[in-house]
Ligand binder design. Structure first.
Ligand code: GLY
Length: 206
């Protein structure tokens, strides 16, 4: 998503090396979000080659989940997030030399999740938001982030004049302390990063 509110998202996409590049292609269509088989076909039609993204670490995590399923050791949905194992999300919020903003993100989702589950990452306003005053990218337990519409909430605080750091910090009040949540944001005033769990972040000017 960018300052002009141009959006492009894909969800439940398979066997593509760079899903963000496919999302960028969606931005060139009249649509905002394409999912599942349609997204796979769209990627193919735009020349994206078949790529198996499964790493050794992901394979091990998958084996672990399969073992649990065999034993009927199922997650307790009532506990919402305690049984979640995030499968890594990357996010970017950027401003260029002309003061234009853009944001993007990408994720493998979480385990356990039902087939077809889509979290916050490709949901405009939840996992990401950008407009004329700044850009925001968030991650954590997708369902909880969607409920709050977290990235838009942080953006709105920035648009009201809050520094991105204060906007990010104050957004953590929506989440239980142990619930892994991370958020980055940028505006003309600078950037902000907040998390209540161990997440890596990196900022660069220039
Ligand atoms: N934040 C990643 C997800 O819940 O899918």
């Amino acid at each position: 998503m960018d300052s002009e509110r141009n959006c492009g998202c894909v969800a439940a996409l398979e066997n593509v090396k760079n899903p963000i590049k496919v999302a960028r292609e969606v931005m060139e269509t009249p649509h905002i979000l394409i999912a599942g088989e349609g997204a796979n076909e769209f990627a193919k039609s735009r020349g994206f080659q078949h790529f198996n993204p499964r790493t050794e670490r992901a394979t091990k995590a998958w084996e672990k989940v399969k073992e649990r399923l065999k034993k009927r050791d199922l997650p307790d949905w009532a506990k919402k997030w305690e049984d979640y194992e995030p499968v890594d999300t990357v996010g970017v919020a950027a401003m260029d030399s002309k003061g234009r903003f853009a944001t993007t993100n990408s994720t493998g989702g979480t385990t356990f999740m039902l087939n077809g589950r889509i979290g916050d990452t490709p949901v405009i306003g939840a996992g990401l938001y950008a407009a004329e005053k700044g850009a925001v990218s968030a991650t954590g337990v997708g369902e909880e982030i969607v409920r709050i519409v977290l990235s838009k909430w942080v953006y709105d605080r920035i648009a009201e004049g809050l520094h991105p750091q204060d906007a990010c910090d104050s957004s953590l009040k929506f989440f239980e302390k142990e619930m892994p949540t991370g958020i980055i944001a940028v505006s003309e005033d600078g950037y902000g990063v907040s998390c209540n769990t161990k997440m890596a972040w990196w900022a660069r000017e220039g």
